[in-house]
Design a protein around this ligand. Structure first.
Ligand code: NAD
Ligand code: ZN
Length: 369
C-alpha cells in the first residue's frame, strides 16, 4: 500500500508492505537517474538487511557506497555526525546523489540531518526498519542529533523524497523494540482516531505476536494519521504538537532513567500516555473509563504503564519521585514562556494541547500512579 504525504512540491510517497525494500533500486534510479545511493546504516541492521538493500540497487544498476555506524542512541551525536559527513564528502557526494537511511529512528534522524547539511542539502530516502521509525520518525522531516544539553536540540526539517516501510523487516526486531514502537501506534488512536483504537484493542495482540496483515494495516493507519497532521502543520506551530501525547511525562521518565536501556522511548511514551489520561481525568476533562481502557490495552500487550513497571524501579525511587520528574519536565524543550505544555484528552480519540495545567495536579497524578 502507498500513503502520500502532501507537501506541495516536496510531496512524497510512503510504500508499506512485506518486501517493499526490494523497490529501493528502482525508486532511487527513478528519482535520482544519474546519482548514487550513499547508504547510512547501523551494525545490527547491516548484519541483517544491508545485503538485500544492496542487491536491489545492483539490480537497478544504481552505484552505491555504505557507511556503518554503531547501533544505539549514542550515534545521534556530533562525533558520529562528523564521521558520517567526512565519509559523504570523501565519496564526493553531489546534489544528484541520494543518502539512504537504512535503520531505525536513530539512523533516520542522523542520516537525514547529515543529508540536510551536506552541500547545503542533498536529498534522502528513508528505509525505516523498526516499528517506531515506520510509524513515526521516517515521516514528517524532523532530523537531528543529541547534545549534552538535551535530546534533538540540534537538527533541521528535511523531508525525505521516498519512504519504504518494509514490515517484513520487523520480523528480526527484538520483541521489546517492537512493543516500544507499538506505543506510538496506540498514540495515533488515542490522540485522534477512536475507531483505530477500537481496532487495536481487537488486533493489537495478534500484531505484536507477528500477524503480517495486522502490522501492515497498523502502519498504514499510523502513517496516514501522521501524514495528515504533518501536511497541515509541517513546522509544528499547532496541531503537530498533538503527536507529543504522552511525551511530556515520557521524556521526564527517560531523563530520570538516564536515556538508556532501562526505559526505551516508546516505553516512556506508554507510561506517559497513561499519565496524560489520568491527568485529564483528574482535571475533570475526560471520563475515567477512557483512561482505564487506554491503560488496560497497553498493559495487555505487555507495555509498561506505571513508573513502577520500569526495570529496577525500586532502586530508582529517588529519581522517579514526583518532584524529580516535575523537575525534568521543567527542563524540557516543550516548555514555552515558562509553562509546561501538556497534551490532554477529552476522550479516547480526541486530544488537545494546553498550557493550563497546575503543577499540583501533575504531582497528584504522579503520586497516585
Ligand atoms: P533505533 O534506531 O536505535 O533502533 C532500535 C534498535 O533496533 C537498534 O539496536 C537497531 O540497531 C535495532 N534494529 C533496527 N532495525 C532492526 C531490525 N529490522 N531487526 C533487528 N534489529 C533492528 O531506535 P528507534 O526506536 O527506531 O528510534 C528511536 C529514535 O527515533 C530516537 O532517537 C528518537 O529521538 C527518534 N525519533 C524521531 C522522530 C522524528 O520525528 N524524527 C520521532 C520519534 C522518534
Ligand atoms: Zn515518540
Amino acid at each position: 500500500v502507498t500513503v502520500p504525504v502532501s507537501l506541495g512540491d516536496r510531496a512524497y510517497d510512503v510504500h508499506i508492505g512485506v518486501g517493499v525494500i526490494d523497490r529501493l533500486g528502482a525508486g532511487v534510479r527513478d528519482l535520482f537517474p544519474r546519482g548514487r545511493a550513499l547508504i547510512v546504516t547501523d551494525e545490527h541492521v547491516a548484519a541483517l538487511h544491508l545485503d538485500r538493500a544492496k542487491a536491489s540497487l545492483d539490480a537497478a544498476g544504481v552505484r552505491h557506497e555504505t557507511i556503518v555506524v554503531p547501533a544505539g542512541e549514542g550515534s545521534k551525536c556530533f562525533t558520529v555526525l562528523e564521521q558520517v559527513m567526512s565519509r559523504l564528502l570523501d565519496f564526493r557526494i553531489e546534489r544528484r546523489d541520494a543518502v539512504v537511511a537504512l535503520g531505525g529512528g536513530v539512523i533516520g534522524d542522523l542520516a537525514g540531518f547529515a543529508a540536510s547539511i551536506a552541500k547545503r542539502g542533498v536529498d534522502f530516502v528513508q528505509v525505516p526498519t523498526t516499528l517506531l521509525s515506520q510509524v513515526d520518525s521516517s515521516v514528517g522531516g524532523k532530523t537531528g542529533i543529541n547534545t549534552p544539553q538535551g535530546k534533538n536540540l540540534v537538527g533541521a526539517f528535511h523531508q525525505p523524497r521516498l519512504v519504504l516501510a518494509d514490515t517484513g523487516l520487523l520480523e528480526t526486531l527484538p520483541r521489546r523494540e517492537l512493543l516500544a514502537g507499538y506505543a506510538e501506534v496506540v498514540k495515533y488512536g488515542l490522540l485522534g482516531d477512536a475507531a483505530f483504537f477500537d481496532w487495536l484493542e481487537v488486533h493489537g495482540p495478534a500484531l505484536v505476536a507477528g500477524d503480517r496483515a495486522a502490522r501492515i494495516e497498523a502502519v498504514r493507519r499510523s502513517v496516514t494519521a501522521k501524514a495528515g497532521i504533518v501536511s497541515r502543520d509541517e513546522k509544528e506551530t499547532g496541531e503537530r504538537a498533538l503527536l507529543n501525547l504522552g511525551h511530556t511525562f515520557g521524556h521526564a521518565l527517560e531523563a530520570a532513567t538516564g536515556f538508556g536501556q532501562r526505559l526505551l522511548h516508546g516505553e516512556g511514551v506508554a507510561i506517559g500516555m497513561r499519565l496524560a489520561f489520568d491527568l485529564s481525568v483528574d482535571l475533570g476533562l475526560c471520563p475515567g473509563q477512557d483512561a482505564v481502557r487506554a491503560r488496560r490495552h497497553m498493559a495487555a500487550v505487555g507495555l509498561p504503564v506505571a513508573p513502577s513497571d520500569i526495570e529496577g524501579a525500586a532502586q530508582l525511587a529517588g529519581e522517579l519521585a514526583p518532584d524529580a520528574l516535575i523537575h525534568h519536565m521543567a527542563q524540557d524543550k516543550k516548555v514555552k514562556d515558562g509553562k509546561l505544555t501538556f497534551i490532554l484528552a477529552r476522550r479516547i480519540g480526541e486530544a488537545f494541547i494546553t498550557q493550563d495545567v497546575a503543577i499540583d495536579a501533575v504531582e497528584r497524578v504522579l503520586r497516585a500512579a
